[in-house]
Design a protein around this ligand. Structure first.
Ligand SMILES: Nc1ncnc2c1ncn2[C@@H]1O[C@H](COP(=O)(O)OP(=O)(O)OP(=O)(O)O)[C@@H](O)[C@H]1O
Ligand SMILES: [Mg+2]
Length: 158
């Protein structure tokens, strides 16, 4: 497990960008955390790290948004509206087994549909400051360890 603290959305985007640069085809990235924790913000960074310049919007109502134009396709999913079921019909397995990077917000609602290996990123407020977030990166499966080892910088360095 790797624990990182960010201060403000820009820092979370920078972390996401570094994570996106590590992504490989078929990766599954689970994002867990309460409303407003910063899951979509982190995804904006991941998209940037994949070379996607189109703005990333929350897929809360569409459930899945696809961004095919980067180094690897990005599949951004938000399960929030399916808290009470229905995710079985989304065809998530096909995304998870596909060549893109699947980023899943609220994956805690679909424990039975998750693949064997993934990286789980949990975000929460620290309580100290409105703009501070504690971000815990946990690899499940050896190949996801690279996410725990991410190198990033919270501020402008180049
Ligand atoms: N350190 C931080 N990291 C991320 N977001 C932050 C941070 N500090 C403040 N924010 C703000 O918190 C909000 C996070 O919203 P975001 O949509 O990313 O959350 P979310 O986890 O995707 O929520 P939802 O469950 O509703 O989809 C944004 O308004 C962002 O500007
Ligand atoms: Mg969101």
């Amino acid at each position: 497990m790797r624990e990182i603290e960010t201060n403000g959305a820009q820092e979370t985007i920078r972390l996401g960008k570094a994570l996106g640069e590590l992504a490989q085809p078929g990766d599954v990235i689970l994002l867990d955390g309460d409303l407003g924790a910063g899951k979509t913000t982190l995804t904006k960074g991941i998209a940037r790290g994949l070379g996607i310049s189109r703005p990333v919007k929350s897929p809360t109502f569409t459930l899945i948004r696809e961004y095919p134009e980067g180094r690897i396709p990005l599949y951004h999913m938000d399960i929030y509206r399916l808290e009470n079921g229905g995710a079985e019909d989304l065809g998530l397995e096909e995304y998870f087994e596909g060549d893109g990077v699947s980023v899943v917000e609220w994956s805690q609602f679909i424990p039975a549909l998750l693949p064997e290996d993934y990286v789980r990123i949990a975000l929460d407020r620290t309580g100290r400051d409105d703009d501070a977030r504690r971000i815990k990166i946990t690899a499940v499966g050896e190949e996801y360890m690279r996410y725990e080892d991410v190198t990033w910088s919270s501020h402008e360095d180049n």
